[in-house]
Design a protein around this ligand. Structure first.
Ligand code: NAD
Length: 336
């Protein structure tokens, strides 16, 4: 099938080309992000393959449908960047990769926790400059600390298990309780209780109208002083303005962010020779106790290989008129 592959990056191209040796799709890689302005690149392509920072709003989808596109193959788990109602109205099918490696993302959350706590990011720079002082690098034992996991689906449950391995007390909040975690000693609490009790809070719910700004000024006011906040899910779960205030006042002790609410157009791109225009992001980058990564939690060899395999299989299933196992329906939006 002819595929217009948007927002193509070096880290994924070779992996898709290799996986495609078994599928024989006709892939055109476009570096451009998919937006209403670039959608015309896909004219004549029945399939468009999109990534997390492509913008599939109604205008983009209308343009794609007019150009003959019938399938949107997301090479991501999250689908908050797609207007599913518009896709449904236009007769566009949407498929995704619901699970590729929950371990990749959960392990990145752990990397953020350990790095922030033991200040490895600062130690790395210091030592390279011949500064062997330890002042300002004091961390804390993770053992017996309380970790609050918000969202215990695929990724959150892996994180909960890893943190139990560190002998942390793990508490959780989700609409649905996971019995396997309860068996391991994880306690489900209300969101408010979790916010009040946690030393570390890690976010693993999808971005939906219900979860947007879940961590806002009010939620932050309930958290323990010096709480560590980790977000590897979606940027807009946190109201950045409120987080910056809480960091400035010292109430939030540390923040590890793999995602940012305005990351579209910034993350995944080398902007090192440009002036950063986003003042909130620029402010976040000034805090020594904030660690930002550029939406890379998924970035392991295993995850990339599975993303390529499942995406190309989703497309083949569509081409062959098979049942689409990984289809995203408009109503999924209400529960995800
Ligand atoms: P999942 O669907 O397996 O789990 C999500 C959990 O959130 C479910 O248990 C669900 O019940 C719960 N939930 C949904 N809405 C809720 C609400 N309003 N209140 C409380 N709980 C709610 O998803 P997952 O595979 O664990 O992924 C979680 C998120 O991680 C994805 O939606 C995506 O945004 C993000 N993600 C990020 C990266 C990255 O590279 N940073 C990679 C993959 C996924």
């Amino acid at each position: 099938m002819k595929i217009a592959f948007f927002d193509a990056h070096g880290f994924e191209k070779a992996i898709f080309e290799k996986a495609n040796q078994d599928f024989h799709h006709d892939i055109s890689f476009f570096e451009a992000r998919l937006t209403a302005k670039t959608a015309n690149l896909a004219t004549g392509y029945p399939c468009v393959c999109a990534f997390v920072n492509d913008n599939l709003n109604d205008k983009t989808l209308e343009s794609l449908a007019a150009g003959g596109t019938r399938l949107i193959a997301l090479r991501s788990a999250g689908f908050n960047h797609v207007d599913l109602t518009a896709a449904h109205r236009l007769g566009l099918k949407v498929v995704r990769v619901p699970e590729y490696s929950p371990h990749a993302v959960a392990e990145h959350a752990v990397a953020l926790i350990l790095t922030l706590n033991r200040k490895i990011h600062r130690a790395y720079n210091r030592v390279r400059e011949g500064n062997f002082s330890l002042d300002g690098l004091v961390g804390f034992d993770l053992k017996a600390k309380t970790v609050g996991v918000i969202g215990t689906g695929r990724i959150g449950s892996v994180l909960a298990k890893i943190m139990r391995g560190f002998e942390c007390e793990v508490i959780a909040y989700d609409l649905v309780q996971n019995p396997e975690l309860i068996e391991l000693g994880v306690r489900y609490l209300s969101l408010e209780e979790l916010l009040k009790k946690s030393d570390i809070i890690s976010l693993h719910v999808p971005l939906t109208p219900q979860t947007r700004y879940l961590i806002n000024e009010k939620a932050l006011s309930l958290t323990k002083s010096k709480v560590m906040l980790i977000n590897t899910s979606r940027g807009a779960l946190i109201e950045t303005r409120a987080l910056i205030q809480a960091l400035k006042s010292g109430h939030v002790g540390q923040a590890g962010l793999d995602v940012y609410e305005e990351e579209e157009g910034l993350f995944f791109t080398d902007l090192s020779d440009q002036i950063l225009q986003d003042d909130q992001l620029a402010r976040l980058l000034t805090f020594p106790n904030v660690l930002l990564t550029s939406h890379q939690a998924f970035l392991t060899e295993e995850a990339l290989a599975k993303i390529a395999l499942v995406t190309l299989q989703n497309i083949l299933d569509f081409k062959n008129g098979k049942n689409l196992l990984n289809e995203v329906h408009a109503q999924t939006h209400l529960i995800k």
